[in-house]
Design a protein around this ligand. Structure first.
Ligand SMILES: NC(=O)c1ccc[n+]([C@@H]2O[C@H](COP(=O)([O-])OP(=O)(O)OC[C@H]3O[C@@H](n4cnc5c(N)ncnc54)[C@H](O)[C@@H]3O)[C@@H](O)[C@H]2O)c1
Length: 325
């Protein structure tokens, strides 16, 4: 719990993104003072009426001048997702790893960091925070490396977040490169879903529940690594659920799927620390949200901006924005 006597001021780094939108909504609702720091990699403008600082996390001079104002940092900025990180290894390290190394040396306040359950890679067991990691992608490797860098800081909470789904806030871009969101759009737009094998597990969590957990973490004394998810599901069961809720045909296919990830995680540690208080959404809710967006044509899966990899590949091809600090 955050008491009024504690003067909290939060810098949400990467706060203009999909998860950042939901976090800033919760901060506003709780009247917690904050600013957003973001380079707007996916947007032309930031319309949310909150304090906003346009900046790159590689601009250490800039960060150094503003960090002393903030008691807490929620660090979300990254090149996000396996395909996006594959585009340029140097760039992925420059954004996902080096700025966090700098932060650990230059910031004394509390850090809340978004890592990923992808660090577990492939395993048939239920995984807790002490289970072996086996990152299969550059994205997961970059997050695992940063976890060990952050371990040197005295006040860090790291969430290994499951795959997000659902609608964030009114301003943020919908990500359609996430399993639940993409499959729900496909179901509505194509009337048919196919899955290969489908026995692979994945942990899922509504983007607003991620936001709630981050804000819970601000006032908590919890430190170290915590799995963060609300539901584990096998892909075939997810497809069937989407089929049922959208009236679409679901079929198994022989066409192998590239993504080898398979993991399901236990969240007892986060539950015991009180970090999951107030989390309330389930997959059914998120699927219906996405199906509504798709049927009302509120977002188009033809637009590259909804897919990190497609958008970043376009920016990098044009040698724009992402390269320059
Ligand atoms: N969405 C998920 O399913 C999921 C799952 C696990 C972990 N995470 C982690 O949560 C965090 C947020 O994810 P998201 O889904 O909101 O992604 P996102 O891509 O929507 O948001 C990332 C934000 O970071 C900003 N950013 C990127 N490079 C920057 C730079 N150089 N300087 C300043 N800002 C920069 C972008 O402009 C964007 O607003 C990421 O660290 C991600 O790895 C997300």
């Amino acid at each position: 719990m955050i008491r009024n006597s504690q003067k909290i001021n939060v810098l949400v780094v990467g706060g203009a993104g999909y998860i950042g939108g939901a976090i800033t909504d919760v901060l506003l609702a709780k009247k917690i003072s904050f600013s957003v720091y973001d380079k707007l990699v996916y947007e032309h403008q930031y319309m949310k009426p909150v304090d906003f600082i346009y900046g790159d996390i590689r601009d250490y001079k800039r960060l150094k001048s503003i960090l002393p104002k903030y008691t807490h940092i929620i660090w979300l900025a990254a090149i996000v997702g396996d395909p996006g990180c594959q585009i340029d290894e140097w760039m992925t390290r420059a954004v996902n790893v080096e700025p966090v190394k700098w932060l650990v040396k230059n910031y004394k306040g509390r850090i809340l960091f978004a890592s990923t359950c992808s660090v577990y890679g492939k395993s048939v067991s239920m995984l807790d925070e002490l289970s072996p990691t086996q990152p299969l992608s550059l994205y997961a490797k970059s997050k695992l490396e940063v976890e060990s860098v952050l371990a040197k800081h005295p006040n860090v909470l790291i969430y290994r977040v499951g795959t997000a789904y659902g609608v964030s806030d009114h301003h943020s871009r919908i990500r359609l490169d996430l399993a639940v969101n993409l499959l729900s759009f496909k179901a509505v737009n194509e009337g048919k879903l196919t899955y290969f094998g489908g026995t692979q597990w994945r942990p899922f969590i509504h983007v607003k529940d991620i936001a709630r957990a981050f804000v819970n973490g601000l006032g908590s004394s919890a430190k170290g690594i915590y799995n963060l998810t609300t539901e584990n599901s096998q892909i075939k069961d997810l497809a069937k659920k989407i089929g049922k809720l959208t009236n679409c045909k679901v079929e198994a296919t022989e066409q192998p799927f590239q993504d080898e990830r398979n993991y399901h995680v236990d969240t007892d540690k986060a539950k015991k620390a009180g970090l999951l208080k107030g989390l309330k959404y389930n997959l059914g809710h998120g699927i219906k949200e996405m199906a509504t967006l798709a049927s009302l044509n509120r977002a188009s899966s033809e637009e590259p901006v909804h897919f990190n990899e497609k958008h970043l590949a376009g920016l990098m091809k044009d040698n724009k924005k992402i390269w320059k600090k």
